[in-house]
Ligand binder design. Structure first.
Ligand SMILES: NC(=O)c1ccc[n+]([C@@H]2O[C@H](COP(=O)([O-])OP(=O)(O)OC[C@H]3O[C@@H](n4cnc5c(N)ncnc54)[C@H](OP(=O)(O)O)[C@@H]3O)[C@@H](O)[C@H]2O)c1
Length: 239
């Protein structure tokens, strides 16, 4: 919890309406952080938080990562209300199609890349000035083991996952993480792999949402971590 001597940590997380985004927002708010919870339908999130009696300072905010105007309006709101951001978590993501490779074309890729790659680029670019004014600023990229070139080429679990938009989008996010880490020396940039997690994303397969959110929360709270790493909940993992 923050005390009069420790300033409140200000967080923005995208895709906080459900799944790991919602869980991460709640956990960070429970530590005393002020959490701007980005959602495409913030009024629904507000109603859900009220119904659940969620504690802490969670502030739903309209944010569609694919829309310039939405991202700009969210930044103007945060600028006006708190003036700086300590942690930006690019969490919003879509799975896209899992059709056989021969049936997957450019339109399938466009839809996934628009949210999973161009979304974080747009949000990061617009929020960078606020992040630069933050304390120990951190940029957390919610990636996936599916985006690991190492896992994709060596791990049997990934043997039949090829040429699909989602892994390609997360590989691109990993590269963005490395590039941002090099380009933004004052900011700790971390890619995280939550592992297969039982959200709507996976149709309920995988470990608990709390386990999935673990690495997102720890990266968000780690003010001393090295920049440019790929982490899962057990530690550093292979790109
Ligand atoms: N679940 C897994 O096994 C797993 C594993 C590794 C990585 N991940 C990654 O973890 C992140 C969270 O996934 P999850 O499993 O929690 O998924 P989820 O329950 O399906 O939630 C996805 C979130 O992204 C939001 N979203 C989608 N498109 C958006 C847009 N254009 N603008 C703003 N928000 C948007 C959704 O909002 P709406 O409610 O408006 O649709 C929702 O809040 C994703 O980046 C995913 O790739 C998931």
């Amino acid at each position: 919890m923050s005390t009069p001597d420790t300033p409140t940590t200000i967080v923005l997380i995208t895709g906080a309406s459900r799944g790991m985004g919602a869980r991460t927002a709640a956990e960070l708010a429970a530590t005393g952080a002020t959490v701007f919870a980005g959602a495409r339908r913030p009024e629904e999130l507000t109603a859900r938080l009220r119904e659940a009696g969620t504690a802490g300072d969670i502030r739903p905010i309209a944010l569609d990562v694919t829309k310039d105007a939405s991202v700009a309006a969210a930044a103007a709101h945060i600028q006006g209300s708190v003036g700086a951001l300590d942690v930006l978590i690019n969490n919003a993501g879509v799975p896209g199609t899992w059709a056989p490779a021969a049936d997957v074309g450019p339109d399938d890729f466009s839809q996934v890349l628009a949210t999973n790659v161009l979304g974080p680029v747009r949000v990061t670019q617009v929020f960078l000035p606020l992040l630069r004014r933050g304390t120990h600023p951190r940029l957390v990229m919610v990636s996936s083991g599916m985006g690991s070139l190492t896992s994709q080429s060596t791990d049997a679990v990934y043997a039949d996952i090829a040429h699909r938009p989602y892994p390609a989008s997360k590989a691109a996010m990993n590269m963005l993480t490395v590039q941002y880490a090099k380009a933004l020396p004052g900011i700790v940039v971390t890619a995280v792999d939550p592992g297969l997690t039982a959200t709507e994303f996976t149709g309920g397969a995988g470990h608990s949402i709390a386990q999935g959110a673990e690495v997102i929360v720890s990266a968000a709270l780690d003010t001393a971590g090295a920049s440019g790493c790929f982490m899962d909940r057990h530690g550093i993992t292979a790109w």
